[in-house]
Design a protein around this ligand. Sequence first.
Ligand SMILES: Nc1ncnc2c1ncn2[C@@H]1O[C@H](COP(=O)(O)OP(=O)(O)OP(=O)(O)O)[C@@H](O)[C@H]1O
Ligand SMILES: [Mg+2]
Length: 227
Amino acid sequence: MPARRSRGLFITGTDTGVGKTVVAGAIAAALRRRHRDVGVMKPIETGVGTQGPLDAISLCEAAGATDSLDLVCPQRFALPAAPSVAAAHEGRTVDLEVIRAAHAELSRRHAFLLIEGAGGILVPIRAGYSMADLAAEFDAPLVVVTRASLGTINHTLLTLEAIERRGLVLAGVVISHGSRVISSSDRANLAALRESLGARLAGEVESLPAEARVPAGAIDLDRLLAG
Ligand SMILES: Nc1ncnc2c1ncn2[C@@H]1O[C@H](COP(=O)(O)OP(=O)(O)OP(=O)(O)O)[C@@H](O)[C@H]1O
Ligand SMILES: [Mg+2]
């Protein structure tokens, strides 16, 4: 039986600031090199200031997507906090119907849809509804972005356990080194993480100089799409 061809990926991470947008941009670029039409979505962005939803804008640039920001990022909040918290701060709740409608429209328009979550997989969106529930609704395999520094083994394995427990599909894990140079103890730690991930490891993005692009080949696109 041929492997199921995915029509999208949901990019989550072990934490906020781990490199989800960087990795999503690299996946978008890799898809474009294969002449795949790719749409992007950041369903909920928090910490949105006067410059607008910067993650959503960055994803659109990477994918060459021209959809309106209202579709790409239908729920935006100013407070840089978990979605439910940022919404409550404004006396609001996250509007799931608006998100579902935008997702349906983007899925109709594009052959492939890359979705970036906010924070990690169990971040609350509304009472009793987390990012994992949104990923389940969207039915897209998950890419877990994880940092390279100390603590990452625990964060990564906890995230993978949460994904497995919920019966969600893992496309793969991508390690992003972030902007700081990795210490020698981090390197030893990282070797143990790679080993425990085995075939689930789908890529590693070394520390990039400012404005540099992720090198082609850093992420195994075939591995991510095989899920
Ligand atoms: N491999 C890397 N090399 C250099 N800088 C990196 C790397 N990965 C991430 N960064 C930097 O770390 C910061 C956080 O990355 P990014 O915005 O992709 O994280 P995120 O998980 O999308 O965060 P958020 O939870 O806010 O959406 C950014 O300034 C980004 O440029
Ligand atoms: Mg981001």
